[in-house]
Design a protein around this ligand. Structure first.
Ligand SMILES: [Zn+2]
Length: 307
């Protein structure tokens, strides 16, 4: 059975049909047990165990605090309901110093990527969802059709152009990227990407382009990045990846050629690794993808024949 990947499984009822009901949304926001998750400049509010940087936990503020921290009515985005509690996200990026009252004592803002893998998985997924929505709003203040301002609607799940002659609705986007473990027998291809300053080896990945299937995107990216031809391409699982706005679609792909030609603009290095080398990564001084990444799951599931 495929396990849930990190950053998925938030366990919320997204209440999609109720989002347009502004009276219901307001009532949920004003309810005493509503939890508002603040995001400040791409960082999420978390608390740590006393005096440490360990055991990060999702932190929230009240509707009153949200109002006090906003210019006018807080622009709350509904995430959904979990165990009878309504969760919202609020972008506080306009604050110069997020440690001021009334945030004082509620926690600190940290990058989700730095703490997500150590959090409760459902909470980590909820923060990924929150962060993804805030990022979309922040990047789309204008209508991409006519250039007029757009306004948030349906509890933050639509932006509508304010130009009455246009009135186009824009929906939150998540950009699909394929990520794939290329293998042949007991060997697989891992690469050190230029974007990663640390010498860490991970699976190949790239964006899906218009007019191609996911399988075609896998084959094209592998050919472009390492010059290998793949045959049997099989879907594995997916992972929301709000860094900043992607959904990673994971595959295992069987290589039908072995010669590697590295695309140097993207990769520092790529080579074949034996299963034994990966199994004893520590001994070999080999650093693999982060444990919470789908890249690592693709590697581990292939290693232990969970494919
Ligand atoms: Zn427009």
């Amino acid at each position: 059975m495929i396990q849930t990947n990190f950053y998925s499984g938030a366990g919320v009822d997204r209440a999609g049909p109720l989002r347009p009901d502004s009276a219901w949304v307001l009532g949920r926001a004003m309810s005493p047990d509503a939890r508002i998750l603040p995001v400040w400049r791409n960082k999420c509010l978390v608390t740590f165990a006393d005096g440490s940087q360990e055991e990060p936990r999702m932190a929230s503020i009240s509707a009153e605090d949200a109002a006090a921290l906003s210019n006018g009515e807080p622009d709350l985005i509904l995430l959904g309901e979990r165990d009878g509690i309504s969760y919202f996200v609020l972008d506080l990026s306009h604050l110069e110093d997020p440690s001021t009252s009334p945030l004082l004592g509620h926690g600190s803002f940290v990058g989700l990527r730095d703490v997500g893998g150590m959090m409760d998985r459902a909470d980590g997924a909820l923060l990924a969802y929150a962060k993804g929505l805030v990022h979309w709003h922040e990047r789309h203040p204008f209508c991409s059709r006519c250039g007029s301002l757009s306004a948030s609607k349906d509890a933050g799940h639509v932006r509508v152009c304010i130009n009455p002659d246009c009135n186009t609705s824009h929906f939150p986007r998540t950009d699909p990227a394929v990520i794939m473990l290329v293998h042949m027998g007991d060997r697989c291809v891992l690469a050190h990407n230029r974007r990663n300053p640390q010498k860490m080896y991970s699976t190949l990945a790239g964006f899906v382009e218009p007019g191609e299937s996911l399988e075609e995107a896998v084959a094209r990216e592998v050919e472009e990045e390492v010059g290998i031809t793949v045959g049997n391409v099989r879907y594995h699982s997916s992972q929301p990846w709000p860094f900043p706005g992607n959904i990673m679609l994971g595959f295992h792909a069987e290589a039908v050629s072995t010669g590697i030609v590295v695309q140097e603009s993207e990769l520092v290095e790529a080579r074949w690794f034996e299963k034994d080398e990966i199994l004893n990564a520590d001994t070999h001084g080999l650093r693999l993808s982060r444990p919470e990444s789908i890249s690592r799951r693709l590697i581990d599931d292939w290693m232990f024949d969970r494919v």
